[in-house]
Design a protein around this ligand. Sequence first.
Ligand code: 2AM
Ligand code: CA
Ligand code: CA
Ligand code: CA
Length: 258
Amino acid sequence: MNEQLAIHQVVSQWFRQVRPQILAGRKQGLEIENKTSRLDLVTNIDKETEQFYRQQIRQHFPNSKILGEEGAKEDINSAEELFWVIDPIDGTMNFVKQGRSFVSMLAIYHKQQPVLGYIYDVVADQLYWGGPGLGVYCDEEKLSEPENISLKEGLLGVNGPMIMSNYRNLQTVVKQSAGARIYGSAGIEFIHVLRGQCVGYLSHLRPWDYAAGSILAESLNLVVKTIDGNILDVVSSEDVLVATKRAFSEITALMAAK
Ligand code: 2AM
Ligand code: CA
Ligand code: CA
Ligand code: CA
């Protein structure tokens, strides 16, 4: 078995192991804190879920570096080992307010190359996973590459504040699409693009929001870059656009105009 599938065999177990804790935690009553604002929340379950992944990683893959949204910052410059990016609960506001439309995500790199990406829809109990050379699966179902449709043929996932402020002509972009969608979870938005249910998704994101999704999207021949067309850096914040090849050039052209 190759190295990638050997890692997958171990990691794929973790999501279903942690699921009961996440669902029960919400029923038992969450401890909710504001991070930077009342719109930016963290709960005890975000922290406990990240701790669960960190323990599993340390136990099974001791030579690892970890970047997690809710964890202590480590020196992550080492290119030699496995490098993990964790978003324990993506869509924390949805988790708190709705109990749905949130995911848990992991991304794995080796020598700065993508190895595996995971987006776990906790409520649906569906694991999206894949990586270079593997393609993308939802559990055992292999996803086909989305059709290379143009902007006008598809729905566009967007970030609420960016559409309200008309960030770089975003309202013009949306008018040329089949409509805007705002789901409140980057992971859920990536799933829609992977499945061809949205033509693209555009948002200002941190590395843990886009790491897993971009590994999966690239494995399906979608384009994932900054809206200026630059390659994503896995340790910074970016204005990220994932889209079909056609929609990607249409959107970036519209956003460059003015
Ligand atoms: P999070 O839930 O893991 O924080 C909508 O809020 C989407 O944008 C979610 O995927 C959320 O991830 C992400 N996001 C990124 N930066 C954010 C911020 N400063 N406040 C709230 N959500 C943010
Ligand atoms: Ca957060
Ligand atoms: Ca997130
Ligand atoms: Ca999060």
